[in-house]
Design a protein around this ligand. Sequence first.
Ligand code: GDP
Length: 363
Amino acid sequence: MVHPENSEEYKGLIVNKGIEQPSSVNPYLKRTKKRHLSVGDYVEGIIKGDVTTLSRAVTLVESVRTEHQVIAQEVIEKCLPYAGNSVRIGISGVPGAGKSTSIDVFGLHVLQQGGKLAVLAIDPSSERSKGSILGDKTRMEKLSVHPDSFIRPSPSAGSLGGVARKTRETIVLCEAAGFDKIFVETVGVGQSETAVHSMVDFFLLIQLAGTGDELQGIKRGIMEMADGIVINKADGNNIDKAKLAASQFRNALHLFPAPESGWTPQVLTYSGFYNTGVKEIWDMVYQYIDFVKANGYFDFRRNEQSKYWMYETINEHLRDSFYHNPMIEKMLGEREQQVLDRNLTSFVAAKKLLDAYFEALKK
Ligand code: GDP
């Protein structure tokens, strides 16, 4: 069988421009006529596991309108007591690494054991280019029509921190709706991994066997975050290369300090396309979860993450409040010019702006 990538029709990875973010890509969700929902309606619907309500609540979380945010925050707060009972897995890899193909088979694999799976995404490309790498609804063909899955593309508005916070809040809603497995997908381009790492229990890095110098392209920090590294496309005449890459990764991991979790990150090879080695990956993930639940690291990490998000949220609001202050908006350009003209140092300019901001707050 010729792999589609090797067929003439294959045109490589296309970045889809301007994709509308669908409210949900699962056709099992029945469309009901929209009526206004109160906070209580949202919470009740979510806890019942009604995906239409869940979907609408996520839309509120993603909305930039203040009135939506107010309701969203209340809904999240009321859902919190029902949340937390899931295994959260971050999945990262560069475009073309095989994330969508893999998530499709990973998803079906974990759903074989029952439960419900939500697939969320953090896509830093969608803000800049208005096109999204992870937004294409046909990417996970089998999973997207599975009755126990909920696939939600990345929120598109705002900074990476803002996008990530919305995904983090969406996790709470999904868990309250009974989703006990959460995948958070991201494109391996740097900062978004840190964001995903800050909300998952296990961080899985998908890699490819390259042309020799495997480790060059990945940043050290990303490798250090990984609880497991999996080399995809270990099929056909790529198997040996994949195995070689795996041993190179294993060697490289030995050079890093031992992770806080006490767990030694594992490196496995698999083929998402031919569905080989997938079971081993999930055995590893569950083994890790048992391990960190037993040694207390699971709760420790979640607590650290809660703290992180508290400070992140404070930072985000302070930044917003500062930059959206009308007086600051007016002054900013002028001060910037003074810095460029060497009439003010960066530090003095910043101090003047901050002083003006804090003065304005007092009034
Ligand atoms: P993503 O951009 O990371 O989501 O990657 P995709 O899942 O879209 O995969 C990119 C390309 O790699 C597609 O042409 C897939 O068919 C191909 N691919 C994915 N998994 C495998 C695999 O296990 N083996 C081989 N040979 N190709 C694969």
